[in-house]
Design a binder for this molecule. Structure first.
Ligand code: C5P
Length: 220
């Protein structure tokens, strides 16, 4: 078990986990683990290799051979900068398909645990508090209404120069949430002891402040 403090922030698609995690980590000087990026990298590799996303053994092999490099806010795979490519909704959807495989999840487990380095870690995903870091000192389940999540995602994609259609996006978000919540391996559910944070009516700064306030209650 690691001895550094881990703050787990789990939640559905576009709940703001990424921005909240970076904001909290910045304030505390902690590392960040965007666990979704590992599922996206696996999916991206699988799509590039035209692998069958339902073939657990094949996708597990891809996940095991994954050697991503995280550098200066960018992600490289075999020296290719895939930072933006893995953000496409198509990759997100494929990620949720490969994420149902238990063996794929197990092969990404250690990779994720290794991010827990001093002085601390903010880990975002679906199963950070329930499976990967059950010892996390603070577990947050971040949520928001489907409408505000779709609007946020549109804005995010637009900033990245990716155009999207709101109806398609709402459908894809629902499809992904449903698959993430209903799968048998590490389904998206609030971890035991998780604090629920609904950010529908909160600004990003207010959401970050709430998480920091909870953390300070634990580590005054
Ligand atoms: O968070 P993000 O949208 O990048 O995650 C992409 C997909 O990866 C999710 O829809 C989910 O299926 C999967 N995932 C997961 N467990 C995590 C993080 C992401 O199953 N800890």
């Amino acid at each position: 078990m690691n001895t550094v403090d881990v703050i787990a922030i789990d939640g559905p698609v576009a709940s703001g986990k990424g921005s909240v995690s970076s904001g909290v980590a910045k304030k505390l000087g902690f590392h960040v683990l965007d666990s979704g990026s590992l599922y996206r990298l696996t999916a991206y590799s699988a799509l590039t290799q035209k692998a069958d996303l339902d073939d657990e053994a094949e996708i597990t092999r891809i996940a095991q051979s994954l050697k991503p490099v995280f550098k200066d806010g960018k992600i490289f795979l075999n020296e290719e900068d895939v930072t933006d490519a893995i953000r496409h909704e198509e990759v997100g959807l494929a990620a949720s398909r490969i994420a149902v495989h238990t063996a794929v999840r197990s092969s990404l487990f250690e990779l994720q645990r290794n991010f827990a380095q001093a002085p601390g870690l903010v880990a975002d995903g679906r199963d950070m508090g329930s499976v990967v870091f059950p010892e996390a000192v603070l577990k947050v389940f971040l949520t928001a209404s489907a409408q505000s999540r779709a609007e946020r995602r549109i804005k995010q994609l637009k900033e990245k120069g990716i155009s999207s259609n709101i109806d398609d996006l709402v459908r894809q978000i629902k499809e992904r949430d449903e698959r993430d919540m209903n799968r048998s391996a590490a389904p998206l559910v609030p971890a035991d002891g998780a604090r629920i944070l609904d950010s529908s009516d909160l600004t990003l700064d207010e959401t970050i402040s709430q998480v920091l306030e909870w953390y300070r209650e634990i580590r005054p």
